[in-house]
Ligand binder design. Structure first.
Ligand SMILES: [Zn+2]
Ligand SMILES: [Zn+2]
Length: 111
């Protein structure tokens, strides 16, 4: 079966956060952004911890983290695999270790 995989791949373009005039295929983006970061070191852009291609101005950090698709995907994945929000939020207030109460005279009322 012939898909449009190639076409879709090549249409995935990357716009350089340092200069929107720099538009390239995503496959070249890693190489480019390393160089472009050096050329714009004075901007002191922050590199997203979720995607090395996400560089943003310090003042845009909150906005970026809010909209970062990789961060959101990661949270989704973590949420799915662990099924508990504490993993995602870093909230370590975990419930105490399992205190199963095996009540011997639990009334199952099987009759
Ligand atoms: Zn660039
Ligand atoms: Zn990001």
């Amino acid at each position: 079966m012939v898909t449009k995989e190639n076409e879709r791949m090549s249409s995935k373009m990357f716009t350089c956060p340092y200069n929107p005039v720099h538009v390239m295929k995503i496959t070249r983006a890693h190489h480019h952004i390393v160089n472009c970061r050096k050329a714009h070191a004075h901007k002191k852009f922050i590199i997203c911890s979720y995607n090395a291609l996400h560089h943003y101005a310090p003042e845009d950090e909150a906005k970026h983290l809010e909209t970062c698709s990789d961060r959101i995907a990661l949270i989704d994945a973590a949420y799915v695999s662990y099924g508990m929000k504490s993993v995602v939020t870093g909230n370590l207030t975990m419930p105490p270790p399992a205190q199963f109460q095996f009540d011997d005279d639990e009334n199952w009322d099987s009759d």
